[in-house]
Design a protein around this ligand. Structure first.
Ligand SMILES: [Zn+2]
Length: 120
């Protein structure tokens, strides 16, 4: 009887542990991508970031001007968020692992303080 009780406790523990693991699972937005910043040529680190929908312009014309072009040309990995379109795809509901470049972070901070980048 004691062996059955211990087995039930173990099974309950495993079910709770698996449920908690499922709740904290993060999608990995870095899979198959280089960990070297294409602008600054330095190694980036992985961090969990939130998606910000509506940041990516929905047309090529919009994407080639303004603050979006400035961001992509000068600090594409600042670590403030993961830019996304208005369309929410599976896995883009909350957070994911993404690359963050330390030089992009500094450039983004300068752009924010000078008014080149919109405040979050
Ligand atoms: Zn960078």
């Amino acid at each position: 009887m004691k062996a059955i009780s211990s087995s039930l406790h173990l099974a309950t523990f495993l079910i709770v542990a698996l449920a908690l693991a499922a709740c904290t699972h993060l999608e990995d937005d870095t899979t198959g991508k280089s960990d070297i910043c294409e602008v600054h040529h330095v190694r980036m680190t992985k961090r969990p970031l939130s998606f910000r929908h509506g940041m990516i312009p929905m047309s090529k014309v919009e994407g080639e001007k303004g603050w979006w072009k400035h961001r992509m040309d000068h600090y594409p990995h600042p670590g403030d968020c993961i830019p996304a379109t208005n369309i929410v795809l599976p896995g883009q509901e909350s957070r994911a692992l993404s690359f963050v470049c330390p030089v992009c972070q500094q450039a983004h901070a300068r752009a924010l303080s000078s008014g080149l980048a919109p405040a979050p």
